[in-house]
Design a protein around this ligand. Structure first.
Ligand SMILES: Cc1cc2nc3c(=O)[nH]c(=O)nc-3n(C[C@H](O)[C@H](O)[C@H](O)COP(=O)(O)OP(=O)(O)OC[C@H]3O[C@@H](n4cnc5c(N)ncnc54)[C@H](O)[C@@H]3O)c2cc1C
Length: 460
């Protein structure tokens, strides 16, 4: 329980990955920090439901070993990541084709030592660990013809993606900005390459089936795809915020505390009255942030539904991410997630997790089962539905013009972070937290020594 008179240098509102990551940077610098979280547990959108020995995520399954802030965030260096098989499987015309494994594959030797793998990919001092890499491959790996067009189309696509992966981020951000679908067509990419590969891949990476996202964000997503491996945290999405929360100084995170108003030198809570501090960092979702700070922009959101099934006879796709290039049903992407991360299921059971983008159909379970039967080429009649998680405001839309570095310092003493200030991904949430913590440390350092209760000066 918080004492009503509790004081901290910084109060952070919200214990999602952004708030927790900012707390790490602040406490590491000696700044006393209190993280107030309305829910009974930390993690925000990265929560994992436990049912009968299954660990079921709310979010889609797509992190990347190339997210820089997974390596650069204090304490995440021990996070275990489970990679998908290289590239993706595309379902087209009743057949499955592997594609998109042009990225530099990790050698078996490198992946054996957990820390080495991501270091080899990124040459970074901090590294998340990658465990178990089924299905090694060699370059180039494009066996398919149907969804990717002719051999010449495939060679062009491979070369274009390799150029994208090698381009500095600043160069990508200087390109003209259009909705992604328009930009792909304007660049002369053949329609079959767009529809057969880029559209389903980008839809999955951006949670945007219509590709209305800024082409700059789409380029960044493809660059990340080419530079690393798609992966999931071992044990469920919540492993990431749990690790952050667990490695903070004891007593930093206070759950079940809802903030009802904020100022530069205090927050008011529903349960514990006013809490005084020297700076406030708002780390909630975009809608709550705008309620607490009228004037902040509320973006549109992409709704996402994740459906979890179990069976004792797993489909034969291994640890691959399977995309539907035909758009023949509601499922955008699906995976036998127990093949990627066996720790999410009880022994002898397979877990199939499938993502539906946009407004879900009325009888979603029936529609998803019928679609999955075609995608996996097997009957799903005996599959058991474990959960259907629908999040109407899952991912902030990033339509052009999209500001990838929305300000995090509103005035001295008042800061905001979260995926809505950056890119709408875990990487964006972590990076916005990094920026906000840096701004706070600069301001607190300039305002005088830490751990004093006097209020900050008014903003200039
Ligand atoms: C279905 C779905 C699929 C996704 N797929 C992907 C993906 O494939 N790849 C990817 O990178 N990202 C994906 N994301 C996005 C990713 O989950 C988010 O970008 C990230 O978790 C955002 O973290 P955050 O800390 O900014 O916000 P949140 O996780 O929303 O955290 C905000 C916290 O603030 C708390 N809070 C709110 N109001 C108050 C209040 N008044 N007082 C106190 N606390 C409050 C909330 O309870 C919450 O814990 C997906 C998200 C969803 C929902």
């Amino acid at each position: 329980m918080l004492e009503p008179a509790y004081q901290a240098d910084v109060v952070i509102v919200g214990a999602g990955v952004a708030g927790l990551s900012a707390a790490h940077r602040l406490t590491s610098a000696g700044v006393t920090t209190a993280v107030l979280e309305a829910a009974p547990y930390p993690g925000g959108r990265m929560s994992t439901e436990k049912i009968d020995g299954f660990r079921l995520d709310r979010i889609g399954q797509l992190l990347s070993t190339a997210y820089p802030d997974l390596r650069l965030t204090p304490s995440l260096d021990t996070l275990a990541l489970r990679p998908f098989a290289p590239g993706v499987l595309l379902h087209s015309d009743g057949r499955r084709h592997r594609a998109g494994a042009w990225a530099r594959p990790m050698s078996a030797r490198r992946t054996r030592g957990a820390l080495h793998a991501v270091r080899a990919l990124a040459s970074a001092p901090r590294a998340a660990s990658v465990r178990g890499v089924p299905g090694q491959t060699s370059l180039p790996r494009v066996r398919a013809s149907a969804p990717l067009g002719t051999a010449v189309d495939q060679a062009r696509l491979g070369a274009a993606l390799a150029r994208l992966a090698a381009s500095p981020v600043e160069r990508l951000l200087a390109r003209p900005e259009l909705p992604a679908a328009q930009a792909l067509a304007a660049r002369g990419v053949p329609a079959r390459t767009i529809d057969g590969f880029l559209r389903p891949l980008l839809a999955a990476l951006l949670c945007d089936p219509d590709l209305t996202t800024s082409s700059r964000c789409a380029d960044l997503a493809l660059r990340t795809f080419m530079s690393g491996r798609l992966c999931v945290p071992e044990g469920g999405a919540e492993a990431l915020p749990e690790l952050l929360a667990r490695t903070l100084p004891p007593g930093t995170v206070h759950t079940g505390v809802r903030v009802t108003s904020i100022a530069t030198t205090s927050v008011t809570t529903a349960e514990h009255g006013e809490i005084r501090c020297r700076a406030v960092l708002l780390a909630t979702d975009a809608r709550t942030a705008a309620e607490l700070l009228p004037g902040l922009r509320v973006p549109d959101f992409h709704p996402v539904t994740v459906v979890h099934h179990t069976t004792d006879e797993p489909p034969t796709t291994g640890a691959s991410l399977l995309l539907d290039a035909d758009r023949g049903g509601p499922v955008a992407h699906t995976a036998v997630i127990s093949q990627v991360d066996p720790s999410r299921t009880p022994a002898g059971r397979a877990l199939i997790s499938s993502t539906v983008l946009g407004t879900p159909p009325p009888d979603i379970d029936t529609a998803v089962r019928m679609h999955l039967a075609r995608l996996y080429g097997t009957s799903t009649a005996r599959w058991e539905t474990l959960a259907v998680h629908h999040t109407p405001e899952a991912v902030p839309a990033m339509r052009p013009p999209h500001d990838l570095r929305r300000p995090v310092r509103l005035l001295a003493g008042l800061y905001v972070c979260g995926d809505h200030r950056d890119t709408s991904t875990v990487q964006g949430a972590l990076h916005s937290a990094h920026r906000a913590a840096t701004a706070i440390l600069t301001d607190l350092g300039a305002a005088g020594s830490l751990h004093r209760a006097e209020p900050l000066r008014a903003a200039a």
